[in-house]
Design a protein around this ligand. Structure first.
Ligand code: UN1
Length: 488
């Protein structure tokens, strides 16, 4: 068992141990094992980090985008070289399976590569002018110092998809990751510094919510990008609005899988399993609601429950494991209490729903894969995001009713529809109000070159990734360009 890694913060190019409260990152499968330890940062560090990012800003913004991109490409190589080791650390720290952990690290490298190549893509636009001898150019400029606040559940991929575009478009960054995953944050910052990122361009502060609060309310921050809970996202958006800085907030989801009578059942069962239980359901894009039409409901649920019963839950570093623990004890407690509340409110637990009280899983933060039939009861589980391996089920008589139930949420991040009828698929595209729609694949997933984010109350501000990222991380200058007097 490796010795715990010392928690370190990066400010102005120097790594140092913090002066804040002590921090412990434990293995959620074996909470007695410490993965990283040390001290968090404090408000004085926030000030120093923003000062360093501000000082580094003019030179970085003035560096040609091609060179900024080259640094990201070099960092991608470092990340890829370490994919196996860091993927294992990720599984040990966060709890997703080792295969998912390695996959996520490789995805971070892919994202770095995508933005690394941005320098060689189109930089702006030219419009025709209504006046002779003039063209109108739209050019892009960085915003300045960006505050980046990231969640525990994708401890390297989400930081990559925020920090890579922030940097390539010429911003400097002060980053506060979730304090439950300091090790992967340190690894990602190490990759960028090893690639030669100049001092102060990326600053890493590991700490709790008070560090995040200090960051978002600091006068030196020019923009904030956040992924996490709806409550925190709205508070951050309010703080940004008070200070007049743009906020990009990616928040909750209560994503439905809609299985229609004509679905390919084997495919749909497999994809719903992945959507609901991969990463232990701890994704804002996870499938947390299932709507199945009456003609297929019994067969579908029968096959699904058989798969749930066979799902191998265990230590995420074990190759045979298909689902690991949730990230922490408070997460386990709140998920379990959400299931208990649903039972009290009249829902029926079809699978899981009981704690592991003995055996090897009892000590870790494990929650059994759980399927709850909501029926016609009014149940919080139908509306509230639990962020765990819990699937709430309702039946619908018709496809129309199923689509309406999919929209029965204040959130609109993603959805999955299973049908072999292209007419139904196109109706789903029209009617289901989400930012990401999957036809015949699970509700989670994102690609670096296409927009990612939610409709309705799932997100605020421009979407992430692809061309959408440029919208957030730059502002435009509209340039009216004329030469001298025509003919002079
Ligand atoms: C994915 O579906 O692979 O926090 C990514 C989350 C999302 C990312 C989902 N922002 O779960």
């Amino acid at each position: 068992m490796p010795a715990p890694v010392q928690i370190r913060h990066l400010v102005g190019g120097d790594w140092h141990s913090g002066r804040g409260d002590s921090l412990l990152s434990v293995n959620p499968a074996h909470p007695g094992i410490v993965v990283a330890e040390g001290r968090g940062t404090d408000a004085s560090d926030v000030h120093a980090a923003i000062a360093a990012a501000t000082a580094a800003s003019p030179a970085w913004a003035g560096t040609p985008i091609h060179q900024r991109g080259a640094l990201l490409l070099a960092a991608a190589d470092v990340v890829d070289r370490n994919a196996e080791a860091w993927g294992l650390e990720l599984a040990t720290e966060e709890g997703k399976t080792k295969a998912e952990g390695i996959g996520e690290v490789r995805r971070a490298a892919q994202i770095l590569r995508y933005y690394g190549n941005e320098g060689d893509r189109q930089a702006g636009e030219i419009y025709a002018s209504p006046r002779a001898g003039e063209q109108i150019l739209i050019t892009r400029k960085p915003l300045g110092v960006v505050g980046v606040i990231t969640p525990f559940n994708f401890p390297i991929a989400i930081p990559a998809w925020k920090i890579a575009p922030a940097l390539v478009y010429g911003n400097t960054v002060v980053w506060k990751p979730a304090s439950t995953v300091p090790l992967l944050a340190i690894r990602f910052a190490e990759a960028l510094t090893a690639a030669g990122l100049p001092a102060g361009v990326l600053n890493l502060l590991i700490g709790d919510a008070d560090v995040g609060d200090a960051l978002v309310s600091h006068a030196g921050i020019d923009a904030i990008t956040f992924t996490g809970s709806t409550g925190v996202g709205r508070r951050i958006a309010a703080a940004g609005a008070t200070r007049g800085v743009p906020v990009q907030a990616e928040m909750g989801g209560k994503n439905a899988a809609v299985v229609l009578d004509d679905a390919d059942v084997t495919l749909a069962v497999e994809q719903v399993m992945l959507g609901a239980f991969r990463s232990t359901g701890q994704k804002c894009t996870a499938t947390s609601r299932l709507i199945v039409t009456a003609g297929i409901a019994e067969q579908f649920l029968g096959e699904l429950l058989a798969r749930v019963a066979a799902l191998r839950v265990g230590d995420p570093t074990d190759d045979a494991t298909q689902m690991g623990p949730v990230v922490s004890d408070p997460a386990r407690t709140s998920i379990t209490s959400g299931i208990n509340t649903a039972s009290r409110q009249g829902a029926t637990v079809l699978a899981g729903g009981v704690p592991y009280s003995d055996g090897p899983l009892a000590d870790g933060y494990f929650v059994a894969p759980t399927v709850v039939d909501v029926g016609s009861a009014s149940v919080d589980l139908w509306t509230d995001e639990l962020f765990g391996p819990v699937l709430a089920v309702r039946r619908a008589d018709t496809a129309d009713e199923a689509f309406a139930l999919a929209n029965d949420s204040e959130f609109g991040l993603s959805a999955a529809v299973f049908t072999q009828d292209v007419t139904r698929a196109l109706q789903a595209v029209d009617r289901i109000d989400v930012g990401v729609l999957h036809i015949n694949s699970e509700s989670a997933g994102a690609d670096p070159h296409v927009p990612f984010g939610g409709a309705k109350k799932s997100g605020l501000g421009p979407k992430e990734q692809g061309g959408a990222a440029r919208e957030f991380f730059t502002h435009t200058t509209t340039v009216y360009l004329r030469g001298g007097r025509p003919g002079a």
